[in-house]
Design a protein around this ligand. Structure first.
Ligand code: DP6
Length: 338
């Protein structure tokens, strides 16, 4: 296979408004609950895959050869693509994240969504979006959602093989999913509160939470009602209703992790101050709601018209080094070589 076909795909990251935190099957990476997210127009990944006759898979991440752990994770993922396409070639994978330098925001969500699309096309396969979503999920649960744009729901699924544990774009947002629908012009304001990688990766942290937190079962039991309410809020384009659910879901996820033994605490002082700043804005009448992932950064959901004011309030928080405003974005797409 010396005439390698290089395919480049891009995907935006997504931020969960109803969080995924726990697995029902580790080998197939099946989530314990559904989740619901917003795919963003920035903070994405651009990945090029070319299968060739090299001896091993090679991963170049943000311009430098990746470490063994990252390369092994990508190689295991490529094994599934090779098996499906019935090819043997190893691959050169070049992946770049559009995140602020050293912000610790690099995302497995956009990474595995872009990789799933680029690798399957480079291997000569054309998968449907649900098939791509199921494949991306095996790389990282949140990546299943970045195949689609705008508001996306990930199904828990019931089948043991995971074929129904896939995401779909929520139809309520209309045909121009991912664009700024009139009357539903939302933004996520990201406040960077630290530099460097997170203390504990989400895979290990959610497994530890499930094993040791007395709050884990209560967390899992509460998610289906949040999903129904979030779906209804999106259908009604009710930002305040959606925001209340999102903030509560994030705080409950973190509460379950904090109650693990030993505790998992992702927050720093600036995280707490940023939460307080957003809640203070809200008390003064601005619809802004926080969400926090497996790290110390704070993201605020708000209307487009309020985004500059929310970003200004967050920039004034001691310890917040940078803010950026993201809009809803499209799903994963091929940009070169298909
Ligand atoms: C807090 O998708 O990174 O961002 O499936 O183990 O790769 P793995 O986990 P990952 O977990 C995401 C956790 C979260 C919440 C969310 O995105 O739903």
């Amino acid at each position: 296979m010396s005439a390698a076909r290089a395919v480049t795909a891009v995907a935006g990251t997504n931020i969960a408004l109803v969080k995924y935190w726990g697995k029902r099957d580790v080998a197939l990476n099946l989530p314990a609950t559904g989740s619901l997210s917003l795919t963003l127009d920035r903070l994405g990944t651009r990945t090029t895959v070319a299968f060739d006759d090299g001896a091993t898979d090679r991963l170049v991440l943000d311009g430098a050869p990746a470490d063994d752990a990252a390369t092994t994770r990508v190689s295991a993922f490529l094994d599934r693509v090779r098996a499906r396409a019935e090819i043997a070639g190893r691959a050169l994978v070049t992946s770049d994240n559009s995140v602020p330098t050293a912000a610790g925001l690099a995302s497995s969500a956009s990474g595995f969504a872009a990789l799933a699309l680029a690798a399957t096309r480079a291997a000569g396969l054309t998968l449907s979006p649900p098939e791509l979503s199921a494949l991306a999920r095996i790389g990282s649960g949140s990546a299943a959602r970045s195949i689609f744009g705008g508001f996306v729901e990930m199904a828990r699924g019931e089948r043991p093989d995971g074929s129904d544990a896939v995401a779909h774009a929520l139809p309520e947002q209309g045909p121009d999913q991912g664009s700024n629908n009139e009357g539903w012009d939302v933004r996520l304001v990201v406040a960077i509160t630290a530099s460097g990688p997170k203390a504990i990766g989400s895979t290990a942290a959610m497994t530890h939470t499930a094993r040791t937190s007395p709050y884990y079962e209560a967390w899992v039991a509460g998610v289906p009602a949040d999903l129904t309410a979030a779906r209804d809020a999106i259908a009604a384009r009710d930002l305040a209703a959606l925001g209340v659910i999102a903030e509560r879901s994030a705080l409950r996820m973190h509460a379950a992790a904090m109650a693990a033994d030993p505790a998992i605490i992702y927050w720093n002082a600036a995280t707490v101050s940023a939460i307080a700043a957003v809640r203070a804005l809200r008390a003064r009448g601005t619809d802004a709601f926080v969400t926090i992932d497996a790290g110390p950064h704070v993201k605020a959901l708000c209307r487009a018209a309020d985004a500059d004011a929310v970003a200004g309030a967050l920039r004034a928080v001691p310890g917040v080094s940078e803010t950026l405003i993201a809009a809803p974005g499209p799903g994963a797409r091929v940009v070169e070589g298909a």
